[in-house]
Design a binder for this molecule. Structure first.
Ligand code: GDP
Length: 363
């Protein structure tokens, strides 16, 4: 067994890493600009359904683009792909930076591919541009998976509001499913709101935890634990096994205090090692058990239908918000109103009412 540096006795504990600075985005079209063939909607759909990853990737780029013509094309493709979507198992994966998400996804993915499955890894990381968060879903972080032809790895759409980034990821799920992927992973960093967004688009929500870092460091909020269908404690290897077992009991006890989830499923707590590929099988057995359980009870479809309605409202909210803030009158008015509110010259509510009145008068 190769020795992992974190298992060195001198190692000061399982650190939460700060993440790395995002490299500048290179326009993926730059080189291809002149040679890339423009497909019609029919051609896109046909190739996606045939499992053509290059075309799938181009369609995802359209989904992520803010250009109106790209969006129009993307929506037409999505609509045609919808009847072929929905057949995958969608798994949300979260954990603080350093918890071992990419290492684990790499070994989960290799495990699934060995079973003849196809896997897409998507990500939601709205913070990546501004706060230099970790780069989720990056191929270089999933070395074994990146070379597999049955794996499609796509980093988080960058920029924009969480709602916008999440919507794009949700639409990409549809395209990946139409392309025949059996499993879709949606990865996010466990530090904030983005878990809720991921939770609202997956069937199973997996929380990766570490032992021995202390609760405060893991920033584990009650809300996140309540969302989890499974909690898995990573790095249960070497000297860390004992601590992982203690943490397992700790989490099991904590979960007992929660009311039973609506699904009727009691979340399980397992220990494993993503780096050494230990007890990965058990994690997949748990997920299979869950899927069988909720399919049998009918909750699987109830949850998916509810998610679809949720995303309809989210999309409307996002559209309205964007339309409002992009409006020229509003752009001019907002700084004025903001100054007045800051200077106590106007109440927040009156200022908001004035802004809305100005918006609706625009005709
Ligand atoms: P992420 O930020 O959550 O994606 O975490 P990474 O997968 O990048 O892992 C962070 C660090 O933890 C790296 O140095 C990994 O090699 C290490 N690591 C990940 N999984 C394990 C494990 O199972 N055991 C040990 N000992 N270290 C691990």
């Amino acid at each position: 067994m190769k020795h992992h540096p974190e298992n060195d006795p001198k190692y000061q504990g399982l650190n939460v890493s700060k993440g790395v600075e995002k490299p500048p985005t290179i326009n993926p079209y730059l080189k291809e600009k002149h040679k890339r063939k423009k497909y019609s909607v029919d051609e896109y759909v046909e190739r996606i359904l045939a499992g053509d990853i290059t075309v799938l990737s181009q369609a995802v780029t359209l989904v992520e683009s803010s250009r109106a013509d790209h969006q129009q094309l993307a929506q037409a493709i999505i609509e045609r792909c919808l009847p072929h979507a929905g057949k995958s198992i969608r798994v949300g994966i979260t954990g603080v930076p350093g918890a071992g998400k990419s290492t684990s996804i790499d070994s989960f993915g290799v495990h699934l591919i060995k079973q003849g499955k196809k896997l897409a890894v998507l990500a939601i990381d709205p913070s990546s541009e501004r706060t230099k968060g970790s780069i989720l879903g990056d191929k270089t972080r999933m070395e074994r998976l990146a070379v597999q032809e049955n794996a499609f790895i796509r980093p988080s759409p960058t920029a924009g509001s969480l709602g916008g980034v999440a919507r794009k990821t949700r639409e990409s799920i549809i395209l990946c499913e139409a392309a025949g992927f059996d499993y879709i992973f949606v990865e996010t960093v466990g530090v904030g709101q983005s878990e809720t967004a991921v939770h609202s688009m997956v069937d199973f929500f997996l929380l990766i935890q570490l032992a021995g870092t202390g609760d405060e460091l893991q920033g584990i909020k009650r809300g996140i634990m309540e969302m989890a269908d499974g909690i898995v404690i990573n790095k249960a290897d070497g000297d860390n096994i004992g601590k992982a077992n203690i943490a397992q009991n700790h989490f099991k006890n904590a979960l007992h205090l929660f009311p039973l989830a609506e699904s009727g499923w009691s979340p399980e707590v397992l220990t494993y090692s993503g780096y050494y590929d230990l007890r990965i099988v058990e994690i997949w057995e748990m997920i299979d058990r869950y899927v069988a359980f909720v399919k049998e009870s009918g909750y699987f479809d109830v949850k998916r239908n509810r998610q679809s309605t949720y995303w309809m409202y989210e999309t409307i909210n996002e559209y309205l918000r964007n339309d409002f803030y992009r409006n020229e009158t509003i752009k001019r008015l907002m700084p004025v109103l903001e100054r007045e509110v800051l200077g106590n010259k106007k109440s927040s509510f009156i200022a908001a009412k004035e802004a809305l009145d100005a918006y609706y008068k625009k005709g």
